[in-house]
Write a protein of this length. Structure first.
Length: 373
């Protein structure tokens, strides 16, 4: 710290090029072939998910956690950029958008999007790159279901195809993008968390993804755009996740011109597959990404049995990293855990959580970051 400020002073005084090299200039993240270019560096990247960090109410808590990610060599952090409610909670509780009658109101107050501002600011400070997600398929933090009565529908399938739902959703997207349009801390905008349309023709989601990615591109010509899906619907062993029944066609969606890279998740216990099955799931996606010449992000993965965290997820990380010249660009485990400084409380343990400073962290973060180099 001392050394750095001394050199910065020196750089300011004499403009030594060597001192400038110490901190790469922040820039908007890009795709470079089958990889990501972050702040000018093209390589494989590691990161994690924290749905909860925008819901913390203390700026310093956010800053401390971002600092932990930085010192651990974690680069990409995926967060919930939504928090939709149908009933306005008590004053201390964070929410971003509320629905009443046929209208939606975006909360730009201190317990609203200002919390997301604090996350973006801390990410800028620590050179962490954020994936900001706009809506949940699931009902956690509201989701598409929170919009239902305002836009007169009763299912996710209708939500994707009903103009009123989509105009409310797009208004929310616009409100978020306009706040961080120029930020180098935004890695990508993301359409939804795990969008599905069970039993629908895959054209329903493909059309919605085309429409939404084009809309985002019309607002922001620079930042990357991703879907946030589980990666269902592609050639493989024919087991449930490879099937098209959840309304997803991985290759058709990734081929859309304003989708910048592919996303997929991995939860064998929820999908009725084995943990070892996950390795072929990773390479199957890499193959499609390589064919379509877009990078693949292994965006969420987890096993609930704590004893399996390190061996099983460590194996998946190796498989992904081994495909770094064949379509895989980065992986983000689900999910980050830490101790909130102001309260001394640990963040949500959903069984998948990997806590900063734990032995799982040593294995799945420190070791992995070292392997990446
Ligand atoms: C997510 O989407 C799928 C498919 O439409 C649906 O079956 C599931 O119920 C959704 N989740 C929620 C909570 O709506
Ligand atoms: C991407 O989105 C922009 C902005 O909406 C649109 O003009 C363009 O046609 C889209 N790209 C393609 C190739 O469809």
């Amino acid at each position: 710290m001392k050394l750095f400020s001394f050199l910065s002073l020196l750089a300011a005084a004499t403009a030594l090029p060597a001192a400038n090299d110490l901190a790469p200039r922040a820039s908007i993240s890009k795709v470079n072939g089958l990889k990501f270019n972050i702040d000018g560096v093209t390589k494989y990247y590691a990161g994690t998910n924290s749905y909860w960090i925008p819901f913390l109410t203390n700026d310093n808590d956010v800053d401390v956690i971002m600092g932990h990610l930085k010192t651990s060599g974690q680069k990409i952090l995926r967060i919930w950029g939504f928090n939709d409610v149908k009933t306005i909670p008590g004053s201390g509780t964070v929410y971003f958008q509320s629905f009443s009658g046929s209208t939606a109101t975006i909360n730009t107050g201190a317990n609203g999007l200002q919390r997301l501002d604090a996350v973006v600011k801390a990410a800028e400070k620590h050179s962490i790159k954020l994936i900001i997600n706009f809506v949940n398929n699931w009902t956690d933090y509201g989701g598409m279901a929170a919009y239902f009565s305002a836009c007169g529908v009763s299912s996710n399938a209708q939500w994707y195809t009903t103009t009123k739902c989509q105009s409310l959703y797009q208004a929310y997207i616009k409100a978020v993008i306009s706040r961080y349009r120029a930020s180098t801390a935004v890695f990508a905008w993301e359409l939804a968390n795990e969008p599905r349309c069970n039993g629908c023709q895959t054209s329903v989601l493909t059309d919605w993804i085309r429409q939404t990615s084009n809309y985002i591109r019309s607002l922001d010509s620079d930042h990357l755009i991703a879907i946030g899906d589980e990666g269902f619907g592609l050639a493989g062993d024919g087991s449930y996740p490879y099937q098209f029944g959840e309304g997803l066609d991985f290759a058709a969606n990734l081929a859309l011109p304003n989708v910048s890279f592919g996303t997929f998740h991995l939860y064998p216990s929820a999908w009725g597959t084995t943990n070892a099955w996950g390795n072929a799931w990773i390479t199957a996606h890499a193959k499609v990404c390589a064919q379509l010449k877009k990078p693949c992000l292994f965006e969420e993965y987890g096993v609930t049995n704590a004893a399996d965290h390190c061996p099983v997820e460590g194996e998946w990380q190796k498989t992904s990293l081994a495909a770094k010249d064949a379509g895989m660009a980065a992986d983000l485990f689900w999910q980050l855990g830490d101790t909130v400084k102001s309260t001394g409380q640990q963040t949500h343990n959903d069984g998948h959580t990997i806590y900063y400073g734990s032995s799982d962290w040593t294995c799945l973060v420190d070791k992995h970051v070292k392997q990446i180099g």
